[in-house]
Structures are given as C-alpha cells and as structure tokens.
Design a protein around this ligand. Structure first.
Ligand code: IPE
Ligand code: IPE
Ligand code: MG
Length: 241
C-alpha cells in the first residue's frame, strides 16, 4: 500500500472527521477468538487514528465507540466494553496531554456506569486546556436519542418563555444538540464494509462525504486514515449549489 501521508494536501484538510469504528467482533471471529478480543485489539486503532489526526493537524475527530442500541448486546460484552473504556481512558490521559489533545464526550452519559463516567469526566477536565485536536467520544450515543432530547429542551424553553418559536433556526437547533459548538463533520469513515449510518450524527452529517472501507477496525491504522483523507480531497463538494 502506498504511503498516503505525503499525498495529502495539508492546506485543504477536513476540519472534522467522524468515524464509525466497526468490525471488532468479525475481526476476532475470523481469528477464532471471542468478540471481546476484537474490542481489545481495536484500542490500538483508536490510538493510531487519534495520533494520526493530531499529527496532521486535524481540529476535530469524533469516534463512535458505543451506541444506544449497543446496550442491548449480551451483558458480558457490555461489561467488557465498559471495563475497556475505563482502562483506556485512564492509561491514555497522559498521552492526550502530551499531544495537546482535548477530550470531549457526546451521548447519554448518565446511562454509563458511575466508574466510567467518573474516569471520563476527570479526563475531560484534565485535558480541557489543550488547544490541539479535540477528540470527541460518542458514548451511549444515538442521533435519535439526541434529537428527542433537543426537542424536549426546546419545548421547555418555549414554555418558560426564554425561546420564541419564530427564533428556531437551523443554527439554533444545532445548538441544542450534544455536538453544540462542534463544526459538522466534513468526512465520515465507516470500517468493516457495512453501508449504513447506524443512528450516528444524522443531522450533523447532512453534507459530509461518506467513506466506507472493508478493513475491520482492529486493522485500521494510520495509513488507512490518511488514505480516507486523500480520497476525500479528490471529491467535489457542491452543497446543493
Ligand atoms: C464495533 O465492532 C464496536 C462496537 C460497536 C462497540 P462490533 O462489535 O460492532 O463488531 P462487528 O460489527 O460485530 O464485527
Ligand atoms: C455502530 O456499529 C455503533 C458503533 C460502532 C459504536 P454497530 O455494529 O452497533 O451497528 P450495526 O448493528 O451494524 O448497524
Ligand atoms: Mg458492528
């Protein structure tokens, strides 16, 4: 595989890349292992992708790590994923600081086990002053959950009189989503070959370029990430104009 890093035009980088990290289970099964082994192997890809994004100078990277629907997986798998999250956040916090990366999270964080939420919150606090890449973890996230949540908040504000119905606009609605303040992704990458969005950033991806690769998440490394950016730069974005 050619090296894509030098092919990328560094003056035309996307601002925000969102990734559906898919295929951990299949990766493990193909090797005769339990699915959990695939999730463990996927942590290295998270590391590589984050590092690649920081090195190239990306502003925002969002990683879909756990969906609302993923709560319905077998309890043992959910528990293993939560354990892995706690471990990884703990281990990676110094590296995030070293690389000037700020951590944020979107999703229904109240649904996360207390231990996960505590680690997550302390990592977010400890990295809040960093000015390089913003790494956004989507945890217990789904777009429909987010939209329902936004509708409730808007209704409350209208009822309380702090919001006038006529003021509701696209920008204002964006401000009621958990991604408030984060620019919409320019590029969405999904690994492992499935051609769907699985309830991920449905509003925010309105004009994103979509990139699908058959590579399973644990095999997705820096050069795969750079390849996606390179192909993105070859696309013509028209925004309906
Ligand atoms: C992605 O891999 C990780 C999570 C959704 C948490 P999967 O666990 O979905 O792996 P496949 O898609 O079943 O292979
Ligand atoms: C999407 O992958 C969710 C995450 C990667 C966290 P899934 O594996 O859960 O989605 P489906 O079931 O293939 O649509
Ligand atoms: Mg999957």
């Amino acid at each position: 595989m050619p090296s894509y890093l030098e092919k990328i035009d560094k003056t035309r980088l996307p601002k925000h890349i969102a990734v559906i990290m898919d295929g951990n289970g299949r990766w493990a099964k193909e090797r005769g292992y339990e699915r959990v082994f695939g999730h463990q192997a996927g942590v290295e890809s998270v590391r590589q992708t984050t590092e690649a994004a920081a090195e190239i100078g990306l502003d925002y990277l969002t990683l879909y790590a756990f969906s609302t629907e993923n709560w319905e997986r077998p309890q043992a798998e959910v528990d293993a994923l939560m354990e892995l999250l706690v471990d990884s956040i703990q281990k990676e916090t110094p590296t995030l600081n070293k690389n000037n990366i700020r951590l944020q999270a979107i999703g229904n964080l109240m649904r996360l086990p207390e231990k996960v939420r505590a680690k997550l919150c302390s990592c977010i606090e400890e990295t809040a002053q960093n000015t390089g890449l913003t790494l956004v973890l989507a945890l217990s996230y789904s777009s429909r959950w987010e939209m329902v949540n936004a509708v409730k908040k808007i209704c409350r504000d209208v009822r309380d009189g702090s919001l006038n119905i006529d003021e509701i606009s696209t920008d204002m609605l964006s401000g009621y989503l958990t991604t408030k303040g984060i620019p919409d992704p320019d590029l969405m990458i999904r690994t492992s070959g499935e051609l769907r969005l699985s309830n991920f950033l449905l509003w925010q991806l309105a004009y994103a370029e979509l990139y699908f690769t058959p590579v399973h998440w644990p095999d997705f490394k820096k050069n795969d990430f750079y390849q996606a950016i390179y192909e993105f730069q070859g696309r013509e974005r028209r925004f309906g104009k």
